[in-house]
Structure formats: structure tokens, C-alpha cells
Design a protein around this ligand. Structure first.
Ligand SMILES: C[S@@+](CC[C@H](N)C(=O)[O-])C[C@H]1O[C@@H](n2cnc3c(N)ncnc32)[C@H](O)[C@@H]1O
Ligand code: SF4
Length: 191
């Protein structure tokens, strides 16, 4: 299977309430940031996104057989850059989860996003698919450090994305403490 899906028990696991959380990893990015150690890759050429969604659904069905009868109270789309996903793909994965487990009425469904204007345009679609929280990787509110970090967005785009996301979700802007290395040891490595 090419898609990478991790399903982990939340901190509630084992406490007897049956609630658990699901992490869905989307490992693709528009560009590889020089400091990033995560499982993230730039795909080149044609990309069959619906085929990936089918693979996620198969993986979810597999874990549902291993962990039946539970209630999901947290779903996190992390990356990589899940905000590059077609909102229909997010909806398809959420449907697959809902087909196997009961979903808690207070479920928190988070999607990590990069604050570029292209991705901000998709927020409405993610909301319609069921996402109720967006985690934005702002990194810095100064254009100089953003450029040094190799980020593809500006401060203005980040502020616009935070405002837009706030209309559709519980937006959380992550202003990370990522340090800019004086001499990056690697640039754009793809593992
Ligand atoms: C892995 S990214 C995924 C979400 C999105 N692609 C982004 O860049 O924000 C999530 C966060 O991880 C942090 N991060 C990336 N590389 C890191 C590293 N090597 N060490 C610590 N944090 C890192 C960044 O702050 C980033 O916002
Ligand atoms: S966009 Fe996010 S996940 Fe992708 S390479 Fe940059 S920090 Fe890593």
C-alpha cells in the first residue's frame, strides 16, 4: 500500500470509555522545507488522488476489524500538507471512518494547512466535508524569516488564511519556534 495511514489510540485509550482518536497522514507537499524532518514528499507528474483515498479506506477497514465497537472523538489530518487534498478526498476518508465506528457528537476534526491563498480557498470545502478545526503552520509573522525557512507564503497570506479559517473552523495558528539554521545541512531532501 502506498498511502501512509496511522491510527493511534488517544490518551483516553484504556480508560474504559471507548473513545479514541484517529490520525490520518497525508505525506505530500508543494515543496520540501529545508528544516522539515517529517514524512513529506513532493510528488511529480500525474497523481491518482482517488486511488489514495481507496487505499486509506482499505487501511481504515483493516484497523476497524482490529479495533471494533469504539467511538471516535478526534480525527486529525496531518502531514505533509493535507490542505493540498481535494475536499472530496477528505470527505471520502471521513465517510470511511464513519462507516466503521460510531462518531462522537462532539468529535474534533482537525486538518493541518499551509497558509497560502490557494489552500485558503479550500477551507469552505473542508468545512462542508466535516472539518471543524484548522491548524495553520504560520511559522513567523515576518517575511524575512519566512523566506529563510523556505516557506511559500507571505505574512499577509498567513493573516488572510487565519481570518478565513476562523469563519469556518476553530482555527489555530501555529507560530512555531522553528530555528533557521545558519548553514542548512540539507535543502529539499526527499527521503
Ligand atoms: C510537519 S508540518 C505539517 C503541516 C504543514 N505542512 C506545515 O508546514 O505547517 C507541522 C509543523 O511541524 C513543524 N516542523 C516542521 N519541521 C520540524 C522540525 N524539523 N522540527 C520541529 N518542528 C518541525 C512546523 O512548525 C510545522 O508547522
Ligand atoms: S510544508 Fe510542512 S510538512 Fe511540508 S515540508 Fe514544509 S514543514 Fe514539512
Amino acid at each position: 500500500m502506498t498511502a501512509s495511514t496511522e491510527l493511534r489510540g488517544s490518551s483516553n485509550e484504556g480508560r474504559g470509555n471507548g473513545l479514541f482518536g484517529i490520525y490520518v497522514h497525508w505525506p505530500f507537499c508543494a515543496a520540501k522545507c529545508p528544516y522539515c524532518d517529517f514524512n513529506s514528499h513532493v510528488h511529480r507528474g500525474a497523481f491518482d488522488e482517488s486511488g489514495y483515498v481507496e487505499s486509506y479506506a482499505a487501511e481504515i477497514a483493516h484497523y476497524a476489524r482490529l479495533v471494533p465497537g469504539r467511538k471516535v472523538n478526534s480525527i486529525f489530518f496531518g502531514g505533509g500538507t493535507p490542505s493540498l487534498m481535494d475536499p472530496r478526498s477528505v470527505g471520502g476518508i471521513l465517510d470511511a471512518i464513519g462507516a466503521h465506528w460510531e462518531i462522537d457528537k462532539n468529535v474534533e476534526i482537525t486538518l493541518e494547512a499551509n497558509p497560502t491563498s490557494v489552500e485558503a480557498d479550500r477551507f469552505r470545502g473542508y468545512r462542508a466535508a466535516g472539518v471543524n478545526r484548522v491548524s495553520l503552520g504560520v511559522q513567523s509573522l515576518r517575511d524575512g524569516p519566512l523566506a529563510e525557512l523556505g516557506r511559500k507564503h507571505t505574512v499577509d497570506e498567513a493573516i488572510t488564511a487565519v481570518r478565513l479559517a476562523s469563519r469556518f473552523s476553530r482555527a489555530q495558528a501555529l507560530i512555531s519556534s522553528t530555528r533557521v539554521p545558519a548553514k542548512p545541512s540539507r535543502i529539499g531532501r526527499m527521503s
